[in-house]
Design a protein around this ligand. Structure first.
Ligand code: NI
Ligand code: MN
Length: 226
């Protein structure tokens, strides 16, 4: 399985069956200027919550590719009102088996209004069972105790965690989150995009290493194998 980072919380996960794009915020992102957003291909768009820095390019990409939008009920309805009726609504605690694997929508502690002020439901994250791996995209979230349940029930092989602080967990809390979810392989997200969330990469990696965890910070527009 290949994962490509497009900045902020946006990743393309290429599974054996489908291409899944998370939280597209590319064209407004100064750090992602080299990404050719019009050339990204995907079958599914997974959107954690309604904020601009997670949905900015979703409408254009969904229109061009015909990708199915997977998100909470309110966000899927918002896209449907824009003519994008190929959506799959979910809510917290629910799972669904797609052709490529299973998706569960889980809690995040954050907020979720859409860019035009529409109520965006409650924010979430996704746990995927795909190609014999469990992958957790936490969305924007604080550290919270429900992450212990993810450790107990799902034990992700790889977790995409926000580490930029101010709007989400910072490094110290993200290390604790990695412990709660019992995951050793963390990929960082939601850092450096704005001055409020700039981090020192080496300090971040060292903090995870001290806890016996590995933090990977993928260069924007680069891929790694999972
Ligand atoms: Ni947010
Ligand atoms: Mn955000």
């Amino acid at each position: 399985m290949k994962i490509t980072y497009y900045g902020q919380s946006c990743f393309l996960l290429e599974t054996s069956k489908s291409k899944l794009l998370f939280d597209p915020f590319i064209s407004p992102n100064e750090l992602a200027k080299e990404v050719k957003v019009d050339e990204i291909d995907c079958d599914f768009l997974l959107i954690t919550h309604g904020h601009e820095d997670h949905v900015a390019d979703a409408e254009a990409i969904a229109k061009r590719t015909g990708a199915t939008i997977v998100s909470n009920f309110e966000i899927v309805n918002w896209f449907a009102s824009k003519g994008l009726e190929n959506g799959h609504p979910m809510n917290h605690g629910g799972s669904w088996s797609f052709d490529f694997g299973t998706v569960k929508y889980v809690n995040a502690v954050h907020s979720s209004v859409l860019p035009d002020g529409t109520y965006g439901g409650n924010p979430g994250g996704f746990i995927l069972e795909v190609d014999e791996k469990t992958i957790y995209h936490a969305g924007d979230t604080a550290l919270h105790m429900d992450m212990k349940l993810i450790g107990e029930l799902d034990r992700p092989d790889v977790a995409l965690l926000p580490i930029g602080d101010n709007f989400t967990m910072g490094i110290r809390d993200a290390v604790k989150a990695a412990e709660f979810i019992q995951c050793d392989k963390i990929i960082g997200m939601h850092y450096d995009t704005f001055p409020y969330i700039e981090i020192d990469h080496e300090t971040a990696k060292a903090a995870f290493e001290k806890a016996g965890k590995q933090l990977t910070l993928i260069d924007i527009n680069s891929s790694i194998e999972l």
